[in-house]
Design a protein. Structure first.
Lengths: 141, 465
């Protein structure tokens, strides 16, 4: 809950906030690596909009699921190869679609996607995802 | 019209049934001197009683011809020895071979006394059967001779009826008793021809020798021991049969049930029985195989898992899929004297089925699965190979003394249709990836729900600004 409350404060400055964030790192934390990581994490938690965080969480989840499938094919073998292809490409494709949604809806990129509303981007994402799932379920037979 | 045709068919059928031979009953006996006929009367009488219509002709007769209008004029020929050196224009070596090509059967009886006509000699040489070139050569054995009739010359051999030449070959000439083989002309068979088979071999103590030679000891004999064949046969690829009987006297009345003396004990010769068996085989009364119905079908029971159709299997379909279970059945009969009986191969022999495209992908022993009144049903079940193309069910069965079987049935073997592959969940190896897809889909749904849920927060932020 606390980060949610912070969003309204930061959203107004998100476009300009990235440049000072870089310069502030060496000054605020010392040489301690843990402090650096802590700083990054704190910045991320405090400065990132909630929707982008949601996108990031989903993408991390996809990376984990894809990596598990890949380790399985390395360890056990690829017998129904089309099954591996469709299972793995489902995660990869979903990751790509989510990444593009993240690019289009990130407030930092607002200047580049002026004429694409968030609703439009989300609708594209949903349509693409449904197509992808349809393809994967068909391909695995 | 149709009725007339079918009654004609019945007439033909009865005519065929009357003959005991599988191929026909017109027999030509070539005999130079009609006076000699008496000597063979019992043998010829036996042949007539078995349904042959016998024509006795002299080799020099004008009207004698093996062919009429380009076809065989006779089904079988019995060529008895002639005194003269030539056999005349009707019986050249070429004519004899041509007769074999047209599926005629021949018994050639040789005699050491009268010599072998050149036509016969060259015809035999063509078939890779060699006989001594000089007239008068006889097979002599100082151990197995008849002491009553040839106590000095030792040229009347007394031999047991022959056994099977190999354990995997059926014997059509066996039995109990002894055959007297007087003054035989030995034959040597070439190694190259698979069509030749010996019926009666000389014992290992026998040798071929010409009594007219003045030499003290036999030098360089024509052949010795088991190399010498007293009776040999050739069965051509078209199943025409030729038998060379080394001693024509073997077929004469006076040896048919003569009492003879072998090594002190008196025995009775079984020549009549043996002559019967020999002529029955040569004239296709025995050892003729006939293929009946051939059935192959897909075994739905075993491959049901892979096949969705519930129809009753169709017999002899033109197409199969790779990796299906197929049953193959064939009826094989053997003609025995006057009727068809179920064929049983020798105990160590097997009929084999090949499933081949260029080369056999399967070569399987057929095993007897049932018997009807006059046929054995051989069958085998197998799985079609993982290779699509045009295949043949092929039975190629060639054995000495049996007519050849070469049957082919062509079928197409297709690959899997797209809806015949197993579904993904039937393969346990795919479960991980199926899980992967559905976890992704579930995560996506949760994400979409969360996204829509959290939307108003941002809107309110924008509005407050």
């Amino acid at each position: 809950m606390p980060p949610k409350q912070r969003i309204p404060a930061s959203t107004g400055t998100t476009t300009t906030a990235s440049t000072p964030a870089r310069s502030s790192r060496p000054s605020s934390s010392g040489t301690d690596a843990q402090a650096i990581l802590q700083g990054i994490y704190d910045k991320y938690v405090s400065k990132t909009p909630q929707r982008v965080k949601l996108l990031d969480a989903f993408m991390a989840f996809l990376v984990v699921v894809g990596a598990l499938q890949f380790f399985y094919v390395v360890l056990v073998g690829n017998f129904p190869f089309n099954a591996f292809l469709s299972g793995f490409s489902a995660t990869v494709g979903q990751f790509v679609l989510t990444a593009s949604l993240r690019i289009q809806t990130n407030p930092e990129n607002k200047a580049e996607f002026e004429n694409i509303s968030h609703e439009r981007a989300f609708a594209d994402f949903v349509l693409g995802s449904l197509l992808l799932h349809f393809f994967c379920v068909n391909f695995i037979n | 019209m149709r009725w007339a045709f079918s009654s004609a068919l019945v007439l033909v059928w009865t005519a065929v049934v009357a003959a005991k031979s599988f191929s026909g009953n017109r027999l030509l006996v070539v005999l130079e001197e009609q006076g000699e006929r008496e000597k063979y009367s019992v043998f010829l009488e036996d042949l007539t009683s078995r349904g042959y219509t016998t024509t006795v002709e002299s080799p020099k007769a004008d009207k004698l011809s093996l062919f009429r209008h380009g076809e065989r004029a006779y089904d079988h020929v019995l060529l008895l020895p002639a005194k003269s050196k030539g056999l005349g224009p009707a019986l050249t070596a070429n004519n004899i071979l041509e007769f074999l090509k047209k599926e005629g059967n021949i018994i050639i009886a040789l005699s050491s006394e009268s010599g072998t006509p050149t036509a016969v000699q060259s015809a035999l040489l063509e078939l890779d059967i060699s006989i001594p070139a000089d007239k008068g050569a006889v097979v002599v054995d100082h151990f197995n001779y008849d002491a009553t009739s040839a106590s000095e010359k030792h040229d009347v051999l007394l031999l047991e009826l022959p056994g099977a030449i190999r354990s995997s070959i059926k014997n059509y000439f066996g039995g109990d008793g002894y055959i007297a083989v007087p003054r035989a002309v030995g034959q040597v068979l070439g190694n190259e021809s698979p069509l030749l088979a010996p019926v009666l071999r000389a014992p290992s103590t026998a040798y071929s020798y010409n009594p007219k030679d003045e030499a003290e000891a036999v030098e360089d004999p024509f052949a010795v021991g088991k190399q010498l064949n007293l009776i040999s046969t050739m069965q051509a690829n078209n199943a025409a049969r030729l038998t060379v009987v080394g001693s024509a006297e073997l077929l004469q009345n006076k040896w048919f049930s003569e009492s003879a003396k072998l090594a002190g004990k008196t025995i009775k010769t079984a020549n009549r029985e043996f002559a019967h068996k020999l002529s029955a085989w040569t004239f296709k009364e025995t050892g003729v195989l006939k293929v009946g119905k051939i059935i192959h079908y897909q075994d739905e029971g075993k491959s049901k898992k892979m096949n969705t159709s519930t129809a009753v299997p169709e017999n002899n379909p033109g197409i199969y899929r790779v990796k299906t279970d197929v049953h193959f059945q064939v009826e094989i009969s053997e003609y025995s004297n006057d009727h068809l009986i179920p064929f049983t191969p020798a105990s160590t022999d097997n009929i084999q089925l090949e499933f081949s495209m260029l080369s056999p992908f399967q070569r399987l022993n057929l095993s007897p699965i049932a018997q009807t009144a006059n046929a054995t049903i051989f069958g085998v079940a197998f799985k079609t190979p993982d290779q699509h193309g045009i295949f043949n069910f092929r039975i190629n069965y060639r054995r000495p003394f049996l007519t050849n079987i070469d049957e082919k049935r062509q079928v197409t073997v297709r690959h899997f249709a797209h809806d015949e592959w197993p579904r993904s969940w039937q393969i346990s190896g795919a479960w991980v990836w199926i899980g992967g897809i559905w976890v992704t889909v579930a995560g996506w749904l949760a994400f979409v729900a969360l996204w829509l849920w959290s939307k108003p927060a941002e809107r309110s932020v924008k509005k407050t600004q």
